[in-house]
Design a protein around this ligand. Structure first.
Ligand code: NCD
Length: 315
């Protein structure tokens, strides 16, 4: 595999091998020697044309732990904000000898466009394109779910996951529905009809408009951020009304199964889709998702760039 653009690029065994590799690499991150020499001499460019905290620093930490050279390149402060085209940017990256480009972009399909072009020869990793996909986020979510809830199997069969909120604007939801269902989980999307995309009936998941109906039936509840920056019209009456019907709060936490976990990809709108006590409570694995993100991104970079090199040889 050369690029990671969509969950559709992966077979089930590819996905499981990324999760297993991340599990091995997590041992390195937990140990005293955080750095592996695997990608020494390789250049990885973080090309972020949209805001990001977790994803950008997580890819940077992952690349550095594998000893790659990292160039950070964000829209603000680069020529992208002067209107430079993706083509010109890509040709510049090629001239600098980038072995991989991690791209976040506001346009759905931007990562694919870069990978399909002849503008650069390196690997392309999609770190979020518009409202389309965010495959590394789904992989870190699956990793977190497997770590907490799997009964020993390598996949997620037997588990039920609710993804709640602004599905319409969420590349995280789209990638998660594809990946979690491929790994054998039952996925249920919970949202008001106005926040579900056209065609959602054909996705491999159930749909519900009632969080209270679903919450006690799931093993993991993944809350989504209300993406106000992508909303140019009104999708729900007001914030209070939204929180009342679709927000996670301590009353709803009490109705969860004993073993169920609470997730959110961040950044959170505390008080809107999730209350502070739900976000910081004992069920929450939100901070751990961030740590797991580094291991998953190490695994992705390792598998795309280190080729057939045995992981055992690197550890
Ligand atoms: C998500 C994103 O950017 O798609 N965040 C992330 O990568 N951790 C979700 C969001 O912005 O709400």
């Amino acid at each position: 595999m050369k690029h990671l653009l969509s969950i559709n690029d992966l077979s089930k065994s590819d996905a499981i091998s990324i999760l297993d590799t991340a599990q091995e690499l997590a041992r390195v991150s937990d140990g005293p020697m955080k750095k592996l020499p695997t990608l020494r001499g390789r250049t990885i460019v973080n090309l972020f044309a949209e805001d990001s905290t977790r994803t950008r620093i997580s890819f940077e930490a992952a690349a550095k732990r594998l000893s790659a050279d990292v160039i950070n390149f964000s829209a603000k402060g680069s020529s992208i904000s002067k209107g430079e085209s993706l083509k010109d940017t890509a040709q510049t990256l090629q001239a600098m000898g980038a072995d991989a480009v991690i791209i976040r972009h506001g346009a759905s399909g931007a990562a694919q466009r870069l990978a399909d072009s002849q503008w650069m020869s390196g690997s392309v990793i999609n770190a979020g394109d518009g409202t389309h996909e965010h495959p590394s986020q789904a992989l870190l979510d699956a990793f977190t779910i497997r770590k907490h809830l799997s009964k020993g199997g390598s996949d997620l069969s037997g588990l039920r996951v609710a993804i709640v909120g602004d599905v319409l604007h969420s590349r995280v939801a789209r990638s998660n529905v594809l990946l979690l269902s491929m790994l054998g989980a039952q996925v249920v999307l919970v949202a008001p009809p106005t926040l579900l995309p056209v065609g959602v009936e054909s996705w491999p998941c159930e749909i519900s408009y009632d969080l209270d109906d679903v919450i006690s039936t799931v093993d993991a509840v993944m809350m989504l951020r209300i993406q106000l920056e992508r909303m140019n019209e009104l999708f729900f009456p007001n914030a209070r009304e939204y929180s009342r019907y679709f927000g996670l709060n301590s009353d709803r936490i009490r109705t969860l199964k004993q073993s169920a976990i609470v997730m959110h990809p961040g950044p959170m709108n505390r008080g809107l889709e999730i209350t502070a006590d739900a976000a910081d409570g004992a069920r929450s694995v939100i901070v751990e998702q961030v740590a797991n993100g580094v291991s998953i991104r190490m695994a992705i970079l390792y598998l795309l760039l280190a080729g057939s090199q045995e992981i055992g040889a690197a550890l």
